[in-house]
Ligand binder design. Structure first.
Ligand code: GAL
Length: 816
């Protein structure tokens, strides 16, 4: 049946430019495919380029992922209608991809899928080669030599996304790259090189290499000798293109003198070039990048990188790239990392699945540490058809591929065995976590394994928390001390923190601490004072990280907004369909929180940021907040001072908590409605004056606000002004990722400004692009249903982003 499709397909033989110059091996990205979702015998085929996400073009529809469910992890007891939970996009259903590639009888072929969403069934010339259900993992298969009878083969990939398979937007299709690897039958298989750096000193670093070899589909024996022919394996270690050490044989040790150590600040990388020789002929050659760095986690020193204690200043990110969907784009990832680095962030948690290889490569190159996490569930599901259905049969394979794939990468600092798995409170939890950790360590004894635990109140005492090698708490800031005192590891990682919600540029007055606040406009306050009941504000985590040396850092939920999970608007609150948690919105535009984190995390460059906008109505009493690295600042409205404020000391926050007013520091914000803190994280308004400067109830007067920042000596160091904007007049276009020298994608920020160039903070005009190279657009409004793939977008809070292909030619226009 499946074979009958072949005769209907155009005979286009497709091979792209090889990505390696190496004559013994080529790694070709298979970019051109045909795609259909039509399952009839006579389907309509569409030409597509991989990476491809079939669902991102929409249209958005409430019915796409409508569910009546209880979200137990959010504390719900009754089923409710959930909308937009996985993005409101048509990602469910079946998809079929086909391509035909040239092959050569004398060669050996491996297909490597960086990820295929999902339940991939791969056929070559009608024979099933591999089935891999989990959509996020890399897997490979051979093209069996007996199937090569002519000079080409047909490759078919059948995919299926099931309803309730995901509690966020998973994407759909061949959304990551597919490689055709051509080698000699005698070759190094996928993930066949293992590099470790067991001893690292200033003068010398020891490097160990292990190389696997295969002949066709058969593994070779350990000393890599074929019956009648001797093979020789040699690995050269290169730094900046020069050989600095060599290992002879498939296993061996060498030393590198005066090693250049990898760190986020100094991302030095080495390359191991492994060659397999038969006499003088190179049969195979593989290059593996790695870094030299030491990591340790001890109660005495916490987390150390190269002997220096540091705490993770990390964010969690989902895998989608906003308007580009799940389809992988290196420039988009590069832009994300560059923005995060500017904020002072030094780590990413790949919540809750395997990353794309391009992300790990960029983290290595740009200096971003990683916590790599494969699972959101074990064998107890969160949605009906999620990975829990596959877990028992597949976890070993999935962990093995992930760890083998990324264990050579310098940026990977730790693994996570799972996120908020129900098994933390079930009788089998300890057994499963132990088995998982054993497998991780068998494959990689050099990094610890954490687990993102949200049931702190149970796991601290039920043995699960003690069984996790490096305990990770998701939220539950009120339980950290109890965890530290009771758990044997004497270290706690904030594996997931905050879950503050906000909308860029939308401010609700007065600024009051609230959980699950909802408004008629489907937005959350840009004052960064609202969060979900299971979570908290950034200050609760700053305080734990600053005051206790047994905390080893945090991963904020989330760095970037993502498609799906529109809490607090997830219960029948269509059209909300993307998250409000991001420090940076779905259009890659920073929210104010970006500068709050930057003021704490980026110690290299000063931060001075004032909010909100200054377009209010006469009579409004407006809070003005300032996020800064300077010790104090003064607020002026049209030249009139509203006082100078400095940050509260830890001791002063305790006095504030008791109700004292202290001259010269911010008052505490008021606290609004809260559900009882069953999870152990009560609101802590007293912590805010320690990290933000806040002037409350400033009477609005059109004109301008200025914050003047002072240094330690009380001298003016910087100032920042926001002006009342007039009517929208024209557009200002900024090429946001220019400095990153993108290969393909230009992120163009489009701002609606008045005639003096001031951002119009409430402008929602329709912006149109006419010209070549349009790829996608977004505005960061979680409730906006404008298509990502049409060349027009409403501005949101005066801004939106167009992603254009490098070399684009065109112009933007603004409608009333
Ligand atoms: C956590 C969970 C995340 C996300 C987040 C939202 O409990 O691990 O995946 O759902 O809550 O606050």
């Amino acid at each position: 049946m499946r074979q009958s499709f072949y005769s209907l397909l155009a005979l286009s033989l497709l091979l792209c430019a090889c990505s390696t110059k190496n004559p013994s091996r080529t790694d070709t990205l298979l970019r051109q495919w045909q795609f259909t979702q039509d399952t009839t015998d006579n389907p309509n085929w569409q030409d597509v380029t991989i990476p491809h996400d079939w669902a991102i073009s929409g249209p958005f529809n409430r019915a796409n992922d409508l569910q009546e469910v209880i979200v137990v992890q959010n504390g719900e007891k009754e089923p409710t209608w959930k909308t937009g939970r996985s993005g409101g996009l048509p990602w469910m259903g079946k998809g079929h991809y086909h391509t035909r590639v040239k092959v050569n009888k004398d060669k050996f072929y491996t297909l490597v899928f960086d990820g295929a969403m999902s339940h991939a069934d791969v056929y070559v010339n009608g024979e099933e080669m591999v089935y891999w259900p989990y959509g996020y993992n890399t897997f490979d298969c051979y093209i069996l030599p007996q199937l090569i009878t002519g000079d080409s083969v047909d490759i078919d990939v059948f995919l299926e996304n099931k309803p309730q398979q995901s509690r966020w937007y998973p994407g759909a299709g061949l959304y990551r790259n597919v490689h055709l690897v051509e080698t000699d039958p005698i070759h190094i298989p996928t993930f066949g090189v293992l590099i470790r750096t067991p001893k690292i000193g200033k003068e010398l670093a020891q490097i160990t290499i292990e190389v696997e070899l295969q002949n066709g589909v058969d593994e070779l024996n350990e000393d890599c000798k074929l019956k009648n022919e001797d093979l020789r394996v040699q690995t050269d270690i290169l730094y900046n293109g020069k050989v600095v050490a060599t290992v002879e044989g498939p296993q061996g040790v060498t030393e590198v003198k005066n090693p250049h150590l990898w760190s986020p600040e100094t991302p030095h990388l080495y390359t191991a070039r492994t060659r397999v020789y038969k006499k003088d002929k190179v049969l195979d050659e593989v290059e593996t990048r790695f870094g030299i760095r030491s990591i340790s986690y001890t109660p005495e020193h916490g987390f150390q990188l190269n002997g220096q204690t540091r705490k993770f200043k990390g964010v969690c990110n989902h895998h989608d790239l906003g308007p580009l969907g799940a389809a992988i784009h290196k420039d988009a990832l590069r832009h994300q990392i560059a923005m995060l680095k500017n904020m002072g962030c030094d780590a990413i948690r790949t919540s809750h699945n395997m990353p794309a290889p391009e992300l790990v490569e960029l983290c290595d190159e740009m200096g971003m540490m990683m916590m790599v996490e494969p699972f959101d569930v074990w064998n107890w599901g969160k949605t009906e058809n999620d990975y829990s259905v596959e877990f028992n049969d597949w976890w070993k394979w999935d962990v093995a591929n992930m760890v083998k794939h990324y264990r050579n990468n310098a940026c990977v600092m730790l693994w996570s065995s799972g996120n908020e798995v129900w098994n933390q409170v079930l009788p089998d939890g300890i057994e499963i976590v132990t088995q998982l950790q054993d497998l991780f360590h068998q494959l990689d004894p050099t990094r610890p394994v954490t687990n993102g635990m949200d049931q702190a109140m149970y796991v601290i005492h039920n043995g699960f928390g003690a069984a996790v090698e490096l305990p990770g708490f998701n939220y539950r800031t009120g339980r950290y001390i109890e965890g530290y005192e009771n758990l044997p590891q004497k270290m706690i990682l904030g594996s997931e923190t905050a879950s503050t919600v906000s909308s860029r540029g939308v401010y609700k007055i007065p600024a009051v601490l609230k959980d699950f606040a909802m408004y008629d406009d489907f937005q959350s306050s840009g004052y960064d004072v609202e969060y979900c009941p299971w979570a908290g504000l950034p200050e609760q985590d700053f305080q734990l990280q600053d005051d206790y040396n047994w905390t080893i850092g945090q991963f904020v939920w989330t760095g970037f907004d993502y498609l799906g999970e529109p809490s607090p608007y997830d219960t029948d609150a269509w059209p909300s369909h993307s998250s409000y948690f991001g420090i940076i919105d779905l259009a890659s535009l920073p929210k104010d929180r970006f500068w709050l984190y930057r003021s704490q995390w980026n110690k290299e460059e000063p931060t001075l940021h004032v909010l909100p906008h200054w377009n209010w109505s006469e009579g409004d009493l407006v809070p003005v907040f300032c996020y800064t690295t300077y010790p104090s600042a003064e607020l002026f409205v049209n030249g009139k001072s509203y006082g100078k404020l400095r940050f509260a000391t830890p001791e002063e926050t305790e006095r504030l908590a008791k109700g004292e007013m202290i001259e010269g520091i911010s008052a505490m914000p008021k606290v609004g409605d809260f559900v009882p803190p069953v999870w152990g994280s009560a609101p802590r308004p007293e912590l805010l004056p320690r990290y933000r400067l806040m002037w409350f109830d400033i009477p609005f007067e059109a004109g301008e606000i200025t914050v003047v920042a002072y240094d330690e000596k009380g001298k003016e160091a910087a100032r920042e002004t926001v002006k009342t904007a007039g009517e929208p007049d024209h557009l200002e276009i900024v090429w946001a990722n220019k400095e990153e020298n993108p290969e393909e994608l230009c992120y163009m920020t489009v701002k609606v400004v008045d005639k003096n160039g001031n951002l119009c903070p409430k402008a929602n005009n329709l912006i149109k692009y006419e010209g070549t190279g349009f790829i996608a657009t977004a505005n960061g409004d979680a409730a906006c249903l404008d298509s990502f793939v049409a060349p027009q977008m409403h501005a949101f809070a005066g801004q939106c982003t167009f992603i254009l292909k490098k070399g684009w030619k065109g112009s933007f226009s603004i409608e009333d």
